[in-house]
Design a protein. Sequence first.
Length: 168
Amino acid sequence: MVVAPALGVVRYPKLSGDHTCPISPYTSGMSTAWSRSDGLAVGIVALAALVGVALWPQLPAEVAIHFSASGTPDNYVSKPVGVFLLPALMLALVLVLRISMAADPPSHPQTGPVVVLATTAFLGLVHVLVLAWNAGYPVPLDGLLVGALVFAAVLVGYTVWREGFSLG
């Protein structure tokens, strides 16, 4: 990696071809200032929390937060915990990922933002779907497990491909 801070670019010669990318907070030795993707991730967290607040009047006192493979709820929490716990965990996840990527930056500048945004968006979607189900909206939760597994496989595959990991 060749850093040209005066120009605001980083060159990645190990990638196929010579890629020039804007300086990213996820690259070694670069600024720790929050990026646009960090702002988007925090916005997703805020949106998930706002959906919970908007659905508050429709939610029961105890909300289901976990479902069996057949789609039957098997774990309940109080309404405030059900509405605000996952957004709080999402925010903590954004911070932990941000700190870990600053300490050990990915090889490619887009890996970090994609992982943070994809994970935050997925958790936000799960949160909204679970709250919508609790509010009485018809939500097909039986496909959520398959969707989660596909999401995880795609995100891991993307990261392996982008970072150039080899399995052998």
